[in-house]
Design a protein around this ligand. Structure first.
Ligand code: ADP
Ligand code: MG
Length: 251
């Protein structure tokens, strides 16, 4: 079974199509990277997948269960209340700009949602958070505030925060593009370590070597469509003109 299926997704803003008939699926343990020029719809795709934006067409399924579809009145239908929260617990999202709560300590950023939203046992959540911080190389930082951390450290806290909710699938939207080059490596290393733990991931990235190295499959988006899709070998050796032009910018 697929963890995530997006079928024929359409999304526009102000009458302008941003996602056009996008279909993709993600299996358990799979790592899918999404690359493509700025403005091609990558963030919108992740925002639709994570229900931050409503779709205009198509359907979204998590674990075979329909999370969004277009109803008889042509309006999108989404689950509400408890059912919505259950669906939301299937995924985590790591943003470009970390989106940590500035007035919360590192620890509180991580444990707040598991304790207050998932209503999990406080002691158990603490222990798991400490172990996550250790994995992220941040065991000394649990009482620090985001403003006392480097961008790379903030992003690693954001990853720990997403993992603390035990999602089945983790989405990353350009997780390193707000970082200085010397801090990018430490975040990519952490994401790589998640791959080694078989965590299912969908990663929007401009780090081409990283995408080639880590992905089972890569999608190249261009102007709201999936222009190329395949294994890293297939995608990086494509003769697709726009893709070649795009890759040329990284050399
Ligand atoms: P990418 O992440 O690939 O750079 P985006 O998904 O952010 O691309 O944007 C795709 C297109 O959709 C862009 O033209 C952008 O201006 C437009 N867009 C994205 N979000 C909105 C919004 N909330 N309102 C209007 N237009 C938007
Ligand atoms: Mg984007």
């Amino acid at each position: 079974m697929y963890l995530l299926e997006m079928n024929h997704i359409e999304k526009g803003f102000d009458g302008l199509g941003v996602l056009k008939d996008i279909s993709l699926s993600v299996k358990e343990g799979e790592i899918l990277s999404i690359i493509g020029p700025s403005g091609s719809g990558k963030s919108t795709l992740l925002r639709c997948a994570t229900m931050l934006e409503k779709i205009d067409g198509g359907e979204i399924l998590y674990l075979g269960e329909r999370a969004a579809y277009i109803g008889e009145n042509h309006k999108p239908v989404y689950k509400k209340g408890e059912e919505r929260r259950k669906l939301q617990s299937y995924f985590g999202l790591v943003f470009q700009n970390f989106n940590l709560f500035p007035h919360y300590s590192v620890m509180k950023n991580i444990i707040d949602a598991p304790i207050h939203i998932q209503k999990r046992n406080r002691e158990e959540v603490y222990q798991e958070a400490r172990s996550l911080l250790k994995k992220m190389g941040l065991e000394e930082k649990e009482n620090a505030y985001p403003c006392q951390l480097s961008g790379g450290q903030c992003q690693r806290v954001a990853i720990a925060r997403a993992l603390a909710l035990n999602p089945k699938i983790l989405f990353f939207d350009e997780p390193t593009s707000a970082l200085d080059p010397e801090l990018t490596g430490e975040v990519l290393k952490v994401i790589k370590s998640l791959a080694d733990m078989d965590i299912t991931m969908v990663i929007v990235t401009h780090e081409m070597n990283f995408a080639r190295d880590i992905s089972d499959r890569i999608i190249f988006m261009d102007q709201g469509v999936i222009a190329v899709e395949g294994t890293p070998e297939e995608v990086f050796s494509t003769e697709h003109a726009r893709m070649k032009e795009f890759l040329g910018k990284f050399h």
